[in-house]
Design a protein around this ligand. Structure first.
Ligand SMILES: N[C@@H](CCC(=O)N[C@@H](CS)C(=O)NCC(=O)O)C(=O)O
Length: 213
């Protein structure tokens, strides 16, 4: 039995992806909150930086070994806990899953991430975030026209769904007009009531200020 710790921030979409995966796979873990804003950002402390040089969440620590980058964490968990599969066996289908993950992971979230926004004047940030999130979701929607069934790729939940839902969460925060993304919206809505997605939601995390209050 491994000891697993997740360094997370309730509102971080990248941490949210990993929380969904852990919940879907039924993996128990200890939650360690890293406040991204207070005290100049706890992700920037020397101690945290020693195991996450990018100064970002999430970090997963398994039996004392730290793993950073949500995609690497997703692939690690897939191999270590293969019972619930989030990357399909079929190579073509698996590649479709990875493509959707990467549109979000590399093409969308990094451009609207906190440390990027903090380089802009405060009044420019909402429009910047809205623009880049809408651009990413436009590409995801086009993909989904070809791949979607009940979920992003066919009728089984895959890693693509675990990346999509948190990015839609960010879209709502930035007030993106979702009417242009009907398939994205339909899948997000379907997954909102799935128990693993409910458990991983920001509102359910111990460091959510409303929960702590
Ligand atoms: N590629 C990384 C991105 C991680 C990332 O951007 N994390 C954000 C929260 S979603 C963060 O920690 N931001 C803090 C900062 O920018 O200072 C991953 O997927 O894990």
């Amino acid at each position: 039995m491994s000891s697993i710790k997740l360094y997370s921030y309730w509102r971080s979409s990248c941490s949210w992806r990993v929380r969904i995966i852990l919940a879907l796979k039924g993996i128990k873990y200890d939650y360690v909150a890293v406040h991204l804003v207070n005290n100049g950002g706890e992700q920037r402390t020397d101690v945290y930086r020693s195991f996450n040089p990018m100064k970002q969440v999430p970090t997963l620590v398994v039996d004392g070994n730290s793993i950073t980058q949500s995609m690497a964490i997703a692939e690690y968990l897939e191999e270590k806990f293969p019972k619930v599969k989030l990357f399909p066996e079929d190579l073509h289908t698996k590649t479709k899953v990875r493509e959707i993950c990467e549109i979000i992971n590399s093409g969308t979230q990094p451009i609207q991430n906190l440390s990027v926004l903090q380089r802009l004047d405060e009044d420019k940030r909402p429009e910047w975030g809205r623009y880049w999130i809408a651009k990413g979701l436009e590409a995801v929607e086009k993909f989904l026209e070809k791949t979607a069934g009940k979920y992003c790729v066919g009728d089984e939940i895959t890693a693509a769904d675990t990346f999509l839902v948190p990015q839609v969460g960010n879209a709502h925060r930035f007030k993106v007009d979702m009417s242009a993304f009907p398939i994205v919206s339909r899948i997000d809505e379907t997954l909102q009531s799935h128990e693993a997605f409910v458990a991983a939601h920001p509102t359910k995390q111990p460091d959510n200020p409303e929960k702590a209050a």
